[in-house]
Design a protein around this ligand. Structure first.
Ligand code: FES
Length: 325
């Protein structure tokens, strides 16, 4: 996981352009009023947008990574969303100013990859596009799969077909709403090839299918970007205590409260965005004890080290945790 030092913190950006990419997907171009250069971003990076309705949502940057004077994100209008996408579609117009934090990156390309398989589903194609642009720039070996219901529902199809510099590496899979007619992830991922890395971002069903089909891959070769927590099987909540080493405070975390909530009740200002284990902003160093990890950002290897935890959602397997707070 990486977060460039040079990032914006609730910086106001001007909405310079809004474009309907499909009937339900709208892209937004954000710039500084001065038109000056913005902090650079990496492939797979996202921007946190603080919406006027009090919500904060993360959206992937879909352009070629690097330095430039604008950021572009694309947002699916999702009637089942919890208010973020509806706000972006219904309220945000050219000339508005919106506050952003970032860029951050929980979905970076692995430098050691020899070849890569990129799978983007629906609006999840956005970080995949920036990855494909970067891999193409590097001259790296990769293939990209774009899964959607239909070409009409999918953003950037014309560009991918006729203009994308990596268009010969793209396969599109339109299933008409029936996953059985879409990408055969079992076949695609059956063979484990040394040095091959897999990246996937898309709807929960696709991500779950890809995760299951790649379960025999090395854990450090598969990378997922989730913006919404999927349901993770967890043990029933148990109470435990946290000792805050720098403050010398011992706090009880009852079964019906998160560590985050207990910390806030005791006056700690903890940085959060998602509060459901998918953004990484609340990660806190663990000095002793064994966390019960419930987040979806740390890799299996990172979780096994037990030296950091997402306090918004994770709990404890041991009766006591010592946190570096
Ligand atoms: S606030 Fe996003 S992981 Fe905890």
């Amino acid at each position: 996981m990486s977060n460039p030092m040079n990032t914006l913190d609730r910086q106001e950006l001007l909405v310079r352009a809004v474009k309907d990419e499909t009937p339900l997907i709208r892209s937004f171009e954000l710039v500084l009023d001065s038109g000056a250069e913005l902090p650079p971003f990496e492939a797979g990076a996202h921007l946190a947008i603080h919406l006027g309705n009090g919500l904060t949502r993360q959206y992937s940057l879909f352009d070629a990574p690097g330095t430039g004077c604008s950021y572009r994100v694309a947002v699916l209008k999702d009637a089942a969303s919890r208010g973020g996408s509806m706000y972006m579609h219904d309220e945000v117009q050219v000339g508005d100013r919106i506050r952003v934090t970032g860029p951050g990156n929980n979905f970076p390309l692995a430098e050691e990859a020899a070849t890569s398989v990129l799978i983007g589903g629906g609006i999840g194609v956005t970080p995949i596009l920036s990855m494909a642009l970067e891999l193409h720039r590097q001259g790296a070996e990769f293939e990209m799969h774009y899964c959607a219901r239909s070409a009409e529902d999918a953003a950037f199809v014309d560009w991918l077909r006729s203009e994308a510099p990596f268009r010969d590496r793209v396969q599109m899979h339109f299933d008409g709403g029936d996953p059985a007619r879409g990408l055969d992830v079992q076949a695609l991922l059956a063979e484990v090839i040394e040095g091959r890395h897999l990246y996937c971002c898309g709807p929960g069903g696709l991500m779950d299918a890809v995760e299951a089909a790649s379960s025999h891959w090395p854990a450090n070769a598969v990378h997922f970007e989730r913006f919404k927590a999927s349901v993770v099987a967890t043990a029933e909540n148990q109470p435990f205590s946290v000792y805050l080493s720098r403050s010398g405070l011992e706090l009880e975390v009852p079964a019906d409260k998160s560590v985050l909530r207990v910390l806030r009740e005791n006056g700690f200002d903890i940085n959060t965005l998602c509060e459901e284990g998918v953004c990484g902003s609340c990660l806190t160093d663990v000095l002793d004890g064994e966390p019960e990890h419930r987040d979806q950002i740390l890799s299996a290897d990172e979780k096994s080290l037990n030296d950091v935890m997402a306090v918004c959602c994770s709990r404890a397997k041991s009766s006591r945790l010592v946190l570096d707070l």
